[in-house]
Design a protein around this ligand. Structure first.
Ligand SMILES: NC(=O)c1ccc[n+]([C@@H]2O[C@H](COP(=O)([O-])OP(=O)(O)OC[C@H]3O[C@@H](n4cnc5c(N)ncnc54)[C@H](O)[C@@H]3O)[C@@H](O)[C@H]2O)c1
Length: 360
């Protein structure tokens, strides 16, 4: 048995279809009396449903969450929370909304109740990000970890298929890197395999259902996908990440590429880079995806391609002339990685991802 340190985070997780209805009771558990509900402009209706469930406990709604948490939005949201005398925030939405909740908690210590509606996993991590002057800085702080997470698969029934697929593969990326993290444990290894398998089963069902919103099979798949996202997010919150996340932070932060799509495209290539140094992780990924005879990187690439996701960076706005600079940036302030980073090979990786080459 490898030696390990297992550090858990104090969080309460409520998981069930219809769990949004328990929001008031969850606020009471935290002794919160005045909650500010956060959302994106697109999810205002959902925030109003949350406000209705909270009743008199709702202090107001702030619908200004946007991708990558610009400091200007964080300041506005903090000011709103303090004007209203909020004693907690409810962040209902994807990683961007939960990120805004974290920006408030970072300076005010207000507890966060997260109600995730994508598979990004931010609700399970003490990691925050703030963007100022085009630069995104991230950090870890126990104050930003949501105290309560309410997982309600019903809230994901309307998540468009394309976003479901890329967000699901974004979650798989957390677990895939968790399988070769230096600080992994037997428990996190299990969570990685279970999380990848749940998403690997659910995403094809969700993609096949297309726009259909209600069948027992689809509801079961939405439940499985969110369960997988929980496990993968928990791994992101406890294990270190490597080359894949570094590349995605670089491409997202410096070239403004969309978060989940970038993860989906880069993952097979980052895994192929690390495969010689982490063969057991690759075998575990392929087995969890039900492809024990394929390689891990190919199993991930085939999953994305078969579900209609973009597989080439050139198709999501990356410019070929920026690849050299992206490579330089990715090699700076490196994250721990099982295989040392070599300039020529990382540049080749970016080229393969740019053209959407299936990993060999
Ligand atoms: N700190 C962390 O640990 C962590 C982890 C993962 C992601 N993130 C951050 O989260 C952001 C990305 O989050 P994301 O991928 O969830 O996207 P997002 O939160 O930006 O959401 C994208 C869009 O989808 C909409 N949406 C969300 N759920 C929906 C639903 N169920 N139905 C219909 N529309 C819905 C949103 O309103 C938004 O318009 C990035 O900024 C990333 O850096 C942070």
């Amino acid at each position: 048995m490898r030696p390990f340190i297992y550090q858990t985070h104090p969080q309460r997780i409520v998981f069930r279809a219809g769990a949004l209805a328990t929001l008031g009771a969850e606020a009471d558990t935290l002794h919160a009396r005045k909650l500010l509900v956060l959302c994106t402009p697109q999810q205002r209706d959902l925030a109003e449903r949350a406000a209705e469930v909270l009743g008199a406990r709702c202090a107001g709604i702030f619908d200004g969450a946007v991708m990558h948490v610009p400091v200007e939005q964080a300041r506005l949201a903090r000011a709103r929370a303090s004007e209203l005398g909020a004693d907690a925030v409810v962040a209902i939405g994807g990683g961007s909304t939960i990120g805004l909740g974290k920006a408030i908690a970072l300076e005010s210590d207000l507890p966060i109740v997260a109600v995730p509606t994508t598979y990004a996993g931010s609700e399970m991590t003490p990691i925050y990000g703030l963007t100022e002057g085009g630069l995104k800085r991230t950090g870890r702080d126990a104050r930003v970890l949501p105290r309560t997470v309410v997982y309600d698969p019903d809230l994901t029934l309307g998540l468009p298929v394309a976003m479901s697929v890329t967000s699901g593969i974004n979650a798989i990326a957390h677990a895939a890197e968790g399988l070769y993290a230096g600080d992994r444990t037997p428990v996190s290894d299990w969570m990685c395999r279970e999380g990848i398998a749940a998403l690997g089963r659910a995403l094809p069902v969700i993609a096949t259902a297309g726009g259909e919103r209600d069948s027992a099979e689809l509801r079961a798949a939405r439940g499985d996908a969110l369960y997988g996202a929980w496990l993968c997010g928990a791994v992101l919150g406890s294990a270190t990440v490597g080359l894949h996340h570094k590349l995605c932070h670089t491409l997202g932060g410096s070239y403004n590429l969309p978060h989940a799509e970038t993860h989906t495209i880069v993952l097979p290539h980052a895994l192929a880079y690390n495969a010689p140094a982490a063969p057991q992780a690759m075998a575990a990924i392929a087995a969890a995806l039900g492809r024990p005879h394929a390689s891990g990187p190919q199993a991930v690439f085939d999953l994305a391609a078969s579900l209609g996701a973009a597989v080439a960076l050139r198709d999501i706005g990356m410019r070929e002339e920026d690849l050299d600079r992206a490579c330089e940036l990715a090699l700076q302030a490196q994250y721990p990685n099982p295989r040392p980073l070599a300039h020529r090979e990382v540049r080749q990786l970016l080229d393969d991802a740019f053209h959407g080459q299936r990993p060999g």
